[in-house]
Design a protein around this ligand. Structure first.
Ligand code: G3P
Length: 215
């Protein structure tokens, strides 16, 4: 399972890239807005740090607008994946981008039907938002299991990218199911490495070492 970082914060991207655990980055308009920077500037900065897929989302909701923005983003760097929403116009855009050799990430996916259509249109990445489903009392992980099963049944090549991750269990359960990618917020990665028994173990080793250090 590949880990992407779900942020537009360049310091976080540098930090977790230095851990050797990040294969790509996903951004969205909300994450860019938090950074108070232009999308182009930030995407180019990210591309200098991470050598893997970088998702940049279109703002337009009409086909022509999506195509114009996506073609512009694709010129910024070879690793750009144009993120388009799971709408009829989004599917049309995916099909056209595919012909033009532009990679895509179909975002705001909330059903297996949307995921199947995205795969048929030729999306490279398909992003179900599990946390937002959990937020409205649905089962986000059940959707991941459903899509994973369907993709396996038909040997579908699109990659299943689990998005809207809220905590480490989301990552572990998605990995158990066999999802291709998890895009993870920085604070969830911090929680994944942290364990009280690790801290306690280090403390005890240091304490014991002190007893013999000067012998
Ligand atoms: O990158 C999109 C997705 O991960 C958003 O997550 O927490 O805003 O539901 P969230």
């Amino acid at each position: 399972m590949k880990f992407f970082l779900d942020t537009a914060n360049i310091e976080d991207i540098k930090k977790y890239a230095s851990w050797g655990v990040i294969s790509g980055v996903t951004t969205n308009p909300t994450l860019i807005a938090k950074e108070d920077v232009s999308l182009e500037k930030r995407i180019k900065e990210i591309a200098e740090v991470v050598d893997g897929p970088i998702s940049a989302e279109v703002i337009a909701t009409d086909l022509e607008g999506m195509l114009e923005e996506g073609r512009k983003y694709a010129k910024w760097h070879k690793n750009i994946y144009v993120k388009v929403p799971a709408t009829p116009e989004g599917l049309q855009a995916v099909k056209i981008f595919k012909k033009e050799g532009i990679h895509t990430n179909l975002t705001l996916v909330f059903s297996a039907g949307q995921a199947l259509l995205a795969a048929k249109a030729g999306a490279d990445l398909i992003s179900p938002f599990i946390g937002r489903l959990d937020d409205v009392c649905e089962d986000g992980m059940a959707l991941i299991a459903e899509i994973a099963q369907i993709f396996q049944n038909y040997n579908i090549k699109s990659e299943l990218l689990v998005a809207s991750i809220r905590h480490p269990r989301h990552v572990i359960e998605a990995a158990m199911i066999g999802a291709d990618i998890a895009t993870i917020p920085a604070e969830v990665i911090d929680k994944m490495i942290k364990h009280p028994l690790t801290d306690k173990g280090i403390e005890k080793f240091l304490e014991d070492w002190e007893k013999v250090a000067n012998k």
